[in-house]
Design a protein around this ligand. Structure first.
Ligand code: AMP
Length: 425
């Protein structure tokens, strides 16, 4: 079904075309008509499915249709978990809005950088604000913007918002919004906390669940390779070399990959070890300035780097088309993180491979991730890298370098309750 038959105005169809979006992805085909007729939407979609345009296109159309305010007032609010995603969503909105008869002003605000330029950018108001929740609340407190005219709210990557501990800020933002509004809720996973948030927010939502088809969720080959922890870098080098039989590389050159590690220190350490051995690898982490992060991403996109070694936090929202491989050098802490990591490959119709390294000490942790994702992945061993360490007993929740699986360790409250019970006994 082509874009025009979804009810989009010709100017927006044209704008989509200039970004190379000629045929809607399944999530776009399902969500756009629902948003245009004013329904709440509950979208189950991973990054890579085209979900940004699925809400950006109808959002822009609705803004064209509604009343204009002078000075400008925020009519659409998009909440996202990270600054990278905020910047990306802002970029998509601005590109699509460019050719509209009355282009809306899009402001992007996120924490970790000085608030002053963002306050300046909000002078004279904005029609659309893309924000991380904490910085948005700061700006409201500074009277830099008001949310009382919001007609359309988008929660993007709602599971990540909760996972990053934004629940409280989120509720504070929601309390500032008018009760009568349209809500669009997108999440890759639906843990109970996400379901509860959605249930409290949405009214008779249209559920848009895009079944995994080769077009929208291309085949991501998930591999689990057993290797001793101390030999992971060596194995990674081996896999990235084009001539090895189980290579992640492509003929004629080394593979391009996003490598996940547990800490900032490890991004530097692993990237340096790879670099010393002739691979163009560079670290990417939250300790780098915003400018440095942007530069690394641009250089990676331009092919200057083949391997980006990153943490979950830094990599969130990264959109690099045709990223062929994701490597879990350290396993993710939670099953939700696992889904988000592997979603960085196999984007927009491309196929990809996600490799997880497991050692004797992290095998049980991997099994927990598989259990939560209803997966059962075969274990591989690579000739020359067969593990020698033995799996310890009863180590399921405490994999080194991962901090154990989320939700499995006693919380502060659990500990207090246990202490109180001991006191009573
Ligand atoms: P998203 O899931 O929004 O992060 O989008 C993933 C990638 O798909 C982005 O690089 C988009 O530019 C691209 N994309 C989105 N919609 C389409 C479309 N209809 N046709 C082709 N590519 C698209």
């Amino acid at each position: 079904m082509p874009f025009p038959s979804l009810g989009l105005a010709p100017a927006l169809v044209h704008a989509a075309g200039t970004l190379g979006f000629l045929t809607p992805t399944p999530i776009q085909a399902a969500a756009i008509p629902a948003v245009l007729r004013g329904a709440d939407v509950l979208g189950c979609a991973q990054t890579g499915s085209g979900k940004t345009a699925a809400f950006a296109l109808p959002l822009l159309q609705r803004l064209q249709e509604g009343p204009r305010h002078t000075p400008r007032r925020v009519r659409a609010l998009v909440l996202v978990p990270t600054r990278e995603l905020a910047a990306q969503v802002g970029e998509v909105l601005r590109s699509l809005a460019q050719g509209l008869p009355q282009p809306p002003k899009v402001a992007v605000v996120f924490g970790g950088v000085s608030v002053n330029p963002q306050m300046m950018a909000l002078r004279g108001g904005a029609d659309v604000v893309v924000a991380t929740p904490g910085r948005l609340l700061d700006l409201v407190q500074h009277n830099a913007l008001r949310l009382s005219a919001v007609e359309l709210l988008v929660l993007d990557e709602a599971d990540r918002l909760l996972d990053l501990g934004f629940a409280e800020e989120l509720h504070r933002v929601l309390a500032l919004l008018p009760a009568r509004r349209q809500n669009l809720f997108f999440s890759a996973t639906f843990a109970p906390a996400v379901e509860t948030l959605a249930a409290g927010l949405l009214q008779e939502p249209v559920r848009v669940e895009v079944a995994a088809t080769p077009q929208d969720a291309p085949a991501i080959l998930q591999r689990v390779i057993q290797v001793d922890a101390g030999r992971r870098t060596e194995l990674l080098r081996h896999l990235l070399r084009a001539d090895s039989p189980q290579s992640l590389g492509v003929a004629g050159g080394p593979g391009r990959a996003l490598v996940f590690v547990a800490t900032q220190y490890a991004t530097e350490h692993v990237a340096w070890k790879l670099y010393k051995n002739g691979l163009f690898a560079t670290p990417f982490h939250g300790g780098l300035s915003q400018g440095a992060r942007r530069q690394v991403l641009e250089e990676f996109k331009a092919g200057r780097w083949d391997v980006l070694v990153t943490t979950d936090l830094a990599a969130r929202g990264i959109d690099i088309l045709q990223l062929p491989a994701v490597v879990n050098y350290d396993l993710p802490r939670s099953a939700v993180d696992y889904v988000h990591r592997i979603g960085r490959t196999g984007r927009a119709g491309e196929s990809g491979v996600a490799v997880s390294f497991v050692s004797a000490a992290t095998e049980a942790h991997m099994r927990l991730i598989e259990k939560r994702q209803h997966l059962s992945l075969p274990r591989e061993q690579i000739a020359g890298f067969e593990p020698t360490e033995v799996e310890p007993q009863e180590k399921a929740a405490e994999a080194p370098g991962t901090g154990g699986i989320k939700g499995k360790r006693p919380s502060k409250k659990d500990k207090l309750r246990a202490a109180a019970a001991r006191g009573q006994a």
